[in-house]
Design a protein around this ligand. Structure first.
Ligand code: BG6
Length: 484
């Protein structure tokens, strides 16, 4: 773990990610005493601002209750420990200024090792120059250095490899923490315990018992304001290739030898290597159109009016190993749908017919968000004199089960891991490589590299998605249960 004298530099301190995630998470950790004791937080971005203006902004990013005087005091301490330097991302001399500032802070530390953590809350276009400038101008000689980077890690296999090898010239894999924030979510972390600490589940965790697995991401809003970024990337790169695929690997992996980072990541890579590239026939693409007073995707000013970019996608992946052969893993994600929900739905096979006819399949559902919960759909005897079965649920809703527990934010959990030097919940280079291999062929097809671009089917803003979806999942073995 990092020693007390640690400076966290947030690059891109005036951007959206810093505002929504990085600063609130840093403050959350600070408040709970999880940052190194002498921590100082330095913002860096292009915008020129004085200290007061910067602190005012920082405070506006953090929500605390009016009557929480303790948190108010802590916020004051947090801003007192925060400073800001303005400068360009490309210009080495600007980074010398940053270093000067870091050295001034370091002089106030009373000896001992001094560490520098660099958080990239930056657009991908500056990842490479910033990696280079940090290494050449800001690298701590007598302490630990760490960089935290976040997707997009390229746009396909080749661009990802180029990006990785450029950054590798300056930063070692051990110093690099690649965030996929889904790995910091409480329910995603719980999957390892759920799977490997329960023989009741683990003994029926394979193709003999499981018919199909769906991993679903639904968001009730469109690209509002992010159309420019989104249109270049699309829903597959935004959600499926990273967040949902990470969840899939944890659902499908073999038991790691230990909880050590490399043991876990080795098993995840093994799963990824066993997945063939997704085929066109296993892909359903959608794009939302205006409905109920809400604008369609193409109505967004930052989106080209003829854009074919998918805002919804369902894809089917197959894992070619003895445990999972033939079991469809359906990943689906969409913007502008009817609700906010992320869940894993594991559907078991039918029981042998005979004494029972037409009873529902069992399902294990892990709701990642909102309202974290796990429930198991089972058949029970209808109370009464008749011998009839009906589907019901064993329900483990977190709010009910763990009243006083505060579920940490994903970014809090991950930044804390960086401080502790734990890589288990970060994406290793080879994971990325294999993830891109699975998705690159369909991404190229969607972008017209094989000729005609496919046209996504349309679905109304606020709906459950394209009407074709029901058949898509049914064709892959999913049977609707009666208790939904
Ligand atoms: C981000 C995507 O990675 O994840 C966004 O770029 C998406 O488009 C977000 O909204 C969802 O994160 P969460 O934590 O709200 O599920």
């Amino acid at each position: 773990a990092l020693t007390d004298n640690t400076i966290i530099v947030v690059l891109g301190a005036s951007g959206d990610l810093a505002k929504k995630k990085t600063f609130p998470a840093l403050f959350g950790l600070y408040k709970a005493g999880y940052l190194p004791r002498g921590v100082r937080i330095v913002g860096y971005a292009r915008t020129k601002m004085d200290k007061d203006e910067y602190h005012k902004r920082q405070v506006s990013y953090i929500k605390i209750k009016d009557d929480d005087t303790k948190a108010q005091e802590q916020l004051k301490e947090f801003t007192d420990a925060s400073t800001y330097v303005a400068g360009s991302y490309e210009d080495g001399a600007a980074f010398d200024e940053l270093t000067k500032h870091l050295e001034e802070i370091e002089e106030t530390y009373k000896g001992g090792q001094v560490n520098r953590v660099f958080y990239f809350a930056l657009p991908p276009s500056v990842f490479i120059p910033v990696s280079k400038n940090l290494k050449e101008h800001c690298y701590a000689k007598d302490g630990d250095n760490r960089i935290i980077v976040e997707k997009p890690f390229g746009k396909d296999l080749q661009s990802c490899r180029e990006l990785i090898s450029s950054i590798r010239q300056y930063w070692h894999e051990d110093e690099t923490y690649r965030i996929d924030h889904y790995l910091g979510k409480e329910m995603v972390k719980n999957l390892l315990v759920l799977r490997f600490a329960n023989i009741a589940l683990s003994s029926a965790w394979d193709k003999n018992s499981i018919s199909n697995v769906q991993i679903t991401f639904k968001e009730p809003f469109g690209t509002e304001g992010r159309g420019g970024y989104f249109d270049e990337f699309g829903i597959i790169r935004d959600i499926l290739q990273n967040h949902l695929l990470q969840v899939l690997t944890i659902i499908a992996m073999e038991r790691p030898v230990s909880f050590a980072a490399e043991d876990i990541r080795d098993e995840k890579v093994r799963v990824l290597r066993a997945i063939s590239p997704i085929e066109k026939k296993d892909t359903l693409l959608g794009q939302y159109v205006g409905a109920n007073g809400k604008p369609g995707y193409r109505d967004d000013d930052s989106v080209p009016p003829q854009s074919n970019c998918p805002t919804f996608a369902a894809t089917t992946l197959y894992i070619n190993n003895p445990r999972w052969e033939g079991v469809p893993f359906i990943l689906k994600a969409g913007k502008a749908l009817n609700e906010a929900k992320v869940e894993v739905r594991i559907q078991y096979k039918d029981v042998t017919q005979g004494i029972f006819k037409d009873i529902s399949r069992d399902e294990l559902v892990v709701r990642i968000q909102p309202k974290e919960s796990i429930y198991l759909k089972l058949n029970m005897k209808t109370p009464g004199l008749q011998m009839r079965a009906f589907p019901t649920e064993m329900d483990l809703t977190y709010q009910r089960r763990f009243e006083a527990t505060n579920i940490p934010e994903a970014y809090e959990s991950l930044i804390r891991d960086v401080m502790r030097g734990d890589h288990s919940n970060f994406v290793r280079e080879d994971e990325l490589d294999h993830a891109w291999k699975i998705f690159t062929p369909i991404l190229h097809w969607i972008e017209g590299k094989d000729g005609q671009r496919p046209t996504p089917v349309s679905y109304p803003y606020g709906s459950r998605g394209p009407k074709e979806l029901e058949k898509f999942v049914a064709d892959r073995g999913y049977k609707r249960t009666t208790a939904e």
